[in-house]
Ligand binder design. Structure first.
Ligand SMILES: Cc1cc2nc3c(=O)[nH]c(=O)nc-3n(C[C@H](O)[C@H](O)[C@H](O)COP(=O)(O)OP(=O)(O)OC[C@H]3O[C@@H](n4cnc5c(N)ncnc54)[C@H](O)[C@@H]3O)c2cc1C
Length: 435
């Protein structure tokens, strides 16, 4: 039986471990933290006793690798799937504007959805649709070195279209502002969402906490298939000899009983243990904060499960039933404020955008995730390393590796699947040679 050591239990490591263990590879998964799941985890809020996520996560219909992973581990029913794209936006006049796909065949349903988006005047709606129709004909080369802001201005998108749609989508999807985000990366995201059929554009939300919805089912699946999962073990060094990893050394143990190793840790952790035998990875990743503001209220005046906010420092509100979870992306500056200042800002905004009043607030909890995602700017284009390395039994995974996607669950799941497939095809080749 072949054996694989996987370092890191985020979505990338769990995906790789799930695929490999389902194919009878014996997996050992090492995780530096006492908890599993990396940037997707849940914990018990001591005051309310509720299980809360480190941050609201959304998936989309175009997340093919994530959905395949959920299916593999039997967790696909832990999510709520939209039948068609519907996103409700709130304005500071307390007005509700919906982008809601109709029953026309794709892609006309999406174009009509945009046409009915009344946050824009009729001229802007035509401008907006004009750009959507043009998208498949835009060459990637023409976006080279442009930021999203440069590109939208070039495409005659007015300030209102940018504020009422593009900014909300770009900041939500890329966790950075339009002046930093690469137009090329944003364009690829748009093509995934809008030009791959109806389902691709729909929103998928976890039914339960992230741990219950994804992480626990993945851990059970790996264990059921004979995998070993070890918490609180930080890999400090990877020893390579004659083009092969021979040992992975943690502060507690030396691991050497394996045929393959996958590193599925973030780039900033990998930089501390890069084996000197690997070529230099010339990647200068910067990171950006996501802030989650949980507010418990006497009354929650929302019918829908989530809303986008037009032109507000708050980006999304998720209705969690017992409380609301406000998401602020690209939040490096806001995260520097004190908790009291953040709560005050949130409540002031809610008073402008919704029926919520200050007096409704009973308690709050703020979660700052400082290195939530890397910033997908033009500096990093063509620099992310692929999974295969020059060390023959060593593979890379993680949302930052070359998946052609921004820093998302989908990028992590894709990277894990790619690393697992490379190992399986290597084993296949070896077996063919022997027979
Ligand atoms: C608040 C927040 C909201 C987000 N919202 C969304 C969203 O809505 N949709 C979406 O698609 N994505 C979202 N993301 C991004 C998404 O969570 C990440 O892209 C994804 O989880 C990254 O997975 P990963 O496996 O690549 O890395 P990680 O999750 O970072 O996992 C790496 C693991 O490796 C471990 N590790 C590090 N060093 C070592 C070592 N030396 N030895 C052993 N273990 C080590 C770490 O402890 C960690 O558990 C969000 C992220 C955050 C933080």
């Amino acid at each position: 039986m072949k054996k694989c050591l996987i370092i890191g239990s985020g979505i990338a490591g769990l995906t790789a471990a799930s695929y490999l263990s389902s194919k009878k590879i014996q997996v050992t998964l090492l995780e530096s933290s006492p908890k599993f799941g990396g940037r997707t985890f849940s914990f018990k809020d001591s005051e309310s006793g509720e299980i809360i996520d480190n941050g609201q996560h959304i998936l989309m219909g175009c997340y093919e690798d994530s959905l395949a992973f959920l299916k593999l581990i039997g967790a696909e029913n832990n999510f709520v799937y939209q039948k068609k794209l519907v996103v409700n936006f709130l304005s500071n006049q307390k007005k509700l504007f919906a982008i809601s796909a109709l029953t026309f065949p794709y892609p006309f349903n999406l174009l009509f959805a945009v046409f009915n988006y009344k946050a824009l005047d009729i001229v802007d709606r035509f401008r907006f649709i004009g750009l959507l129709i043009k998208l498949p004909f835009i060459s990637l080369r023409s976006l080279e070195n442009l930021t999203v802001s440069d590109w939208l201005i070039r495409e005659n998108q007015t300030e209102n279209i940018i504020k009422s749609f593009w900014e909300i989508l770009c900041v939500g999807a890329l966790n950075t502002n339009l002046q930093k985000a690469s137009a090329k990366i944003f364009y690829k995201v748009l093509m995934q969402i809008f030009f791959r059929g109806n389902f691709a554009s729909t929103i998928i939300l976890p039914k339960y906490s992230l741990s219950e919805s994804i992480i626990d089912p993945a851990l059970s699946f790996i264990r059921k298939n004979g995998g070993k999962i070890i918490p609180s073990e930080t890999v400090k060094e990877i020893i390579v000899n004659e083009g092969k990893v021979l040992q992975a050394i943690s502060e507690k143990n030396i691991y050497k009983d394996f045929d393959f190793v996958i590193s599925a840790i973030p780039f900033f952790s990998f930089q501390k243990i890069i084996p000197k035998e690997l070529p230099v990875i010339d990647l200068n990743l910067e990171y950006s904060t996501i802030l989650n503001i949980h507010l418990w209220l006497k009354e929650i005046p929302f019918k829908e499960s989530f809303y986008g906010l037009i032109n507000s420092p708050l980006h999304w509100i998720f209705n969690k039933g017992s409380h609301i979870n406000i998401v602020v992306s690209d939040a490096d500056e806001i995260a520097k404020k004190t908790n009291d200042e953040i709560v005050k800002m949130a409540v002031d905004e809610l008073e402008k955008f919704t029926q919520i009043k200050k007096e409704y607030l009973t308690r709050s909890k703020i979660i700052r995730e400082k290195r939530a995602t890397f910033i997908p700017d033009n500096k990093i284009l063509n620099k992310r390393p692929e999974s295969k390395t020059n060390i023959k039994n060593f593979f890379l995974a993680g949302d930052w590796t070359d998946t052609d996607l921004p820093s998302t669950i989908e990028s992590a799941a894709k990277s894990g699947r790619i690393a697992a497939e490379l190992i399986l095809s290597k084993i296949d080749d070896e077996q063919k040679k022997l027979s």
